[in-house]
Ligand binder design. Structure first.
Ligand SMILES: Cc1cc2nc3c(=O)[nH]c(=O)nc-3n(C[C@H](O)[C@H](O)[C@H](O)COP(=O)(O)OP(=O)(O)OC[C@H]3O[C@@H](n4cnc5c(N)ncnc54)[C@H](O)[C@@H]3O)c2cc1C
Ligand code: FES
Length: 265
């Protein structure tokens, strides 16, 4: 699904704080918005010079008014802090859309989504573009009630949302896999698509395999160049001939969970 990537200057339309230490940004960028697919990402640079050195990869959470990108960004370090400090009217450099993205649903295919906090971003875009609709179940895991703003998003609310928090301050207390397992035991879907912390996706992959359900994971691993020119994003995969590696940035970030060597990742 690789599409033509472009380097663009995007104008900030909106930048609002939401959830815990997160920012929702809308960036006007018609070239990337026109061709972006769910699961693809952009490499962002919002600073002069080489501090930080590397662009930062961020998933596309949706398209607004056909010409702008919606992004959900957690502030964790210098790159995300500089990006989210931009105000309406400011400009940010983007390269994208990058990566393969999720396969669209087949006719009548039943797809469920499983997200951990901002891993919801590419799944939200999937729902927006392919109309996952009311039959689609959206399993969501956060740490506490402050993570719940994600599932109040209008696009995500169109789905049948089941949420957990680790501290029990909203939704069911526990992990998202605690509610996924009984649902899979009852009536598994054709496919699960998932994005979130590595441990969560590893557990979702194992539950899906046990249920005989295909599972596509979007890996959020460290990246450098973002388009296959270095080995900054090596993903160990299982192969009949022994171990080998794929690039998360250009072969992924979406992989069939059955090909990943989860023990080595
Ligand atoms: C394909 C892809 C899509 C992504 N989509 C989003 C998104 O939609 N929203 C979002 O908030 N973040 C997303 N990320 C993660 C985001 O790129 C990192 O959080 C960001 O690069 C951190 O940069 P920084 O300079 O702020 O922090 P750094 O100083 O680089 O890192 C701060 C802390 O975050 C950890 N970290 C850095 N990069 C990652 C990473 N890729 N995965 C896990 N931990 C990391 C570091 O180990 C460190 O502990 C995505 C990553 C990938 C590869
Ligand atoms: S980040 Fe350079 S090859 Fe993937």
């Amino acid at each position: 699904m690789n599409t033509k990537k472009t380097s663009s200057i995007a104008r900030v339309i909106r930048a609002n704080r939401f959830a815990k230490e997160c920012c929702e940004m809308v960036l006007e960028c018609p070239g990337i918005a026109a061709s972006a697919k769910p699961g693809q990402f952009v490499q962002m640079k919002a600073w002069e010079g080489f501090q930080p050195l590397l662009r930062r990869p961020i998933s596309i959470a949706g398209v607004v008014d056909r010409s702008s990108l919606l992004l959900w960004i957690r502030i964790v370090g210098p790159g995300s802090r500089l990006i989210t400090s931009k105000l309406p009217g400011d400009e940010i450099e983007l390269i994208g859309p990058l990566g393969n993205g999720f396969e669209p649903p087949d006719k009548n295919e039943k797809v469920w989504m499983v997200a951990g906090t901002l891993g919801a971003a590419p799944l939200r875009f999937y729902s927006q573009l392919y109309g996952a609709g009311a039959d689609c179940r959206f399993f969501y895991g956060g740490a506490a009630s402050c993570d719940m703003e994600v599932v109040e998003d209008a696009e995500i609310c169109k789905m049948n949302v089941c949420a957990t928090t680790e501290d029990g301050s909203a939704g069911q207390k526990g992990l998202v896999t605690d509610i996924l397992k009984p649902a899979l035991d009852e009536s598994p879907p054709d496919r699960i698509i998932t994005c979130g912390p590595k441990g969560m996706m590893k557990a979702v992959a194992a539950l899906s395999a046990a249920a005989g359900t295909k599972c596509d994971v979007s890996l959020d691993c460290f990246m450098a160049c973002g388009f296959g020119a270095c080995m900054g994003c090596a993903v160990p995969i299982l192969d009949d001939g022994g171990k080998r590696y794929l690039h998360a940035c250009s072969d992924g970030p979406v992989f069939d969970s059955a090909v990943i060597d989860w023990e080595a990742l």
